[in-house]
Ligand binder design. Structure first.
Ligand SMILES: [Fe+2]
Length: 307
């Protein structure tokens, strides 16, 4: 078992970002611990995004929850590969313990076991006439060498490459077509964070709610090729690219990974619907706003590997 759970960011004016994500984006308040603010969805994870107060923007980690067996496999493979890693005990809501691993381009991935879940939030749409994200569906990274990043997550994390396009290497860790991807960007950073909405109607109502508050999509609505998911991307006022998404394709073990030539578009098209323009320049700036910063010292994780 392996599931994407949350992303942990640090940025200035964390309290303002937290409020915006609740009042405008539709997340629920996941509480506060010290200078770190938490946002949850309607699903069973205690939080989806942590925002720590900091003088500048950076990504602290992206968190997956997994079985003890998978944790041991990842720990063994990360040790074999010689990656920076350390044992960790989560002080975030839900707790849990495990390891944090630094990939080749500085991406910081945390793997937890024994992390608690919470009761889902039911009936919020009826009560508030608002939409609320359910959970995260993918976190995408920019990479200098996206192929190498795809290789390393297959080798070390046991993830599988689902598709390759001219722009991206899509990677899955369960039956969802992708939970992460590496963009062929030429540099390493956070590309975007996608929130799973209940259905297409919830995405459209989310776009309407954002419009009520004066925000237009930087790209979308549209439907992607690989993964077949619906999207609407926004540049959050506190920096990063965030997405309403839904209906990502489910794939089996036998899914045949497509190559860039399998995913070409007709002229003037970059998605299935073709109803929206894309703010390439604005997105590019936002996609460089959050780099990775390792706040911990590498330490042996051998006790988790059984070695
Ligand atoms: Fe996305």
């Amino acid at each position: 078992m392996m599931k994407l759970r949350s992303i942990e960011l640090a940025l200035p004016k964390a309290a303002d970002a937290h409020s915006w994500m609740i009042d405008i984006w539709g997340c629920a308040d996941g509480g506060r611990i010290g200078d770190t603010f938490y946002l949850r969805g309607s699903g069973t994870y205690p939080y989806l995004m942590a925002i720590a107060e900091s003088a500048d923007n950076f990504v602290r980690s992206t968190t997956f929850v997994c079985s003890p067996e998978r944790l041991a496999q990842v720990a063994l493979a990360a040790t074999k590969r010689g990656l920076n890693a350390a044992p960790c005990v989560s002080s975030d809501p839900g707790g849990g313990h495990g390891i944090v691993v630094e990939l080749a381009e500085g991406e910081l991935l945390r793997f937890l076991v024994d992390a608690a879940e919470v009761a889902p939030i039911e009936g919020h749409a009826k009560a508030t006439r608002r939409v609320m994200p359910v959970k995260l569906t993918h976190v995408v990274f920019n990479a200098a060498d996206a192929e190498a990043s795809g290789d390393i997550v297959e080798e070390v994390l046991g993830f599988r490459v689902s598709d390759r396009t001219k722009g991206m290497v899509f990677v899955r860790c369960n039956e969802a077509h992708h939970s992460t991807a590496f963009a062929r960007a030429g540099f390493s950073s956070l590309n975007h964070v996608a929130f799973e909405m209940e259905d297409l109607d919830a995405v459209m109502r989310g776009i309407g709610s954002m419009r009520d508050h004066g925000f237009a999509p930087a790209w979308g609505p549209g439907r992607h090729g690989p993964g077949d998911n619906v999207y609407a991307y926004y540049i959050a006022p506190f920096g990063p690219v965030i997405e309403y998404s839904t209906a990502v394709e489910k794939v089996g073990e036998d899914y045949q990974a497509g190559e860039p030539d399998d995913w070409t578009w007709p002229e003037k098209r970059i998605d299935q619907w073709g109803v929206s323009d894309k703010d390439f320049a604005g997105l590019r700036v936002a996609e460089e706003a959050f780099r990775f910063r390792r706040e911990w010292q590498p330490a042996p994780i051998n006790e988790l590997t059984g070695a």
